[in-house]
Design a protein. Structure first.
Ligand code: FES
Length: 279
């Protein structure tokens, strides 16, 4: 059982939870994740580790409440408990030093890119962060990013803040092949695929942090299988980060879609049971 120490709402559907987890706090590295179960009858969900606090022996995760289990999680209040928090899982993000690095994120992926961008900077790189949101009011973690990178730029779909467009268009608006030696991207699959395709001939390494369906998080169930180059990998133990230029994003999208109907059925049932299902 892990106690919720603090909760903060970052956006209409996005919440930050600080959770007591002394052993994870001591060992985690940027890019790793935890698998949580808010209640004993909940499914397991993977969530990126965003921050930690050694004095409070805590970790921080960011959750977008869009499914049944994520909604159950954000219903927790300080003093409540999560029944399981397992981690740190996965491999740490690939690091380098003395490079110009671009970190790109869309939506709630901005939370994952924060520790990775900070780690790149601590390792001695010049870090540019390109972050996307649908509109100004949906931007998250702006203050934290400002103090963690050298150059922070925002793109919004409606142009209400920063560049009018998406993060790939923002990159293409000011950068040329050769400007960056290393990149890291996280966000919706079409966005990561577009970034991979656009930078394939830029002579840079581009890493993508993938978000496949995960079940056990230990490499046993096969749920998170992805194809990278000609190799089958499991995102929970071999990733979640892989060479973006080698990932089969179409297969990843197909596999994630396979569970959508079931997820919607479970969510509809949850909404019905808590009395929001209409008459
Ligand atoms: S989540 Fe089961 S193999 Fe990765």
């Amino acid at each position: 059982m892990n106690k919720v120490l603090a909760k903060k709402q970052l956006g209409p559907e996005v919440f930050q939870l600080e959770i007591e987890a002394p052993r994870i706090q001591k060992r985690w590295k940027a890019g790793q994740f935890v698998i949580i179960r808010p209640n004993s009858n909940s499914e397991r969900i993977p969530l990126t580790l965003v921050q930690s606090d050694a004095d409070r022996e805590s970790i921080t995760i960011v959750i977008q409440a869009i499914g049944n289990t994520t909604k159950e999680t954000v219903e927790k209040e300080p003093g409540d408990f999560l029944v399981d928090v397992v981690g740190p899982l996965g491999e740490a993000a690939s690091m380098c030093e003395g490079q110009r690095v671009v970190c790109m994120a869309g939506g709630v992926g901005v939370a994952e890119v924060l520790p990775v961008a900070s780690a790149f900077r601590e390792a001695g790189n010049h870090v540019t962060a390109l972050c996307g949101a649908r509109s100004d009011g949906l931007r998250i973690l702006d203050a934290e990013l400002k103090t963690s990178v050298d150059d922070l730029r925002w793109a919004t779909d409606d142009g209400s803040f920063g560049f009018h467009g998406n993060v790939l268009q923002l990159l293409q608006s000011f950068a040329q092949p050769g400007d960056f030696g290393v990149g890291h991207v996280i966000g919706p699959i079409p966005m990561m695929k577009a970034v991979a395709n656009a930078t394939r001939d830029w002579g840079m390494k581009m890493y993508a942090s993938l978000n496949p369906v995960m079940i056990d998080g230990t490499g046993m169930c096969g749920g998170c299988r992805v194809t990278v180059g000609d190799k089958v990998k499991f995102a929970c133990v071999d990733g979640p980060e892989f060479d973006a230029h080698l990932v089969d994003f179409d297969e990843l999208a197909r596999r994630n879609r396979a569970y959508r109907e079931m997820e919607q059925r479970v969510l509809a049932d949850h909404v019905c049971r808590i009395g929001l299902g209409g008459a």
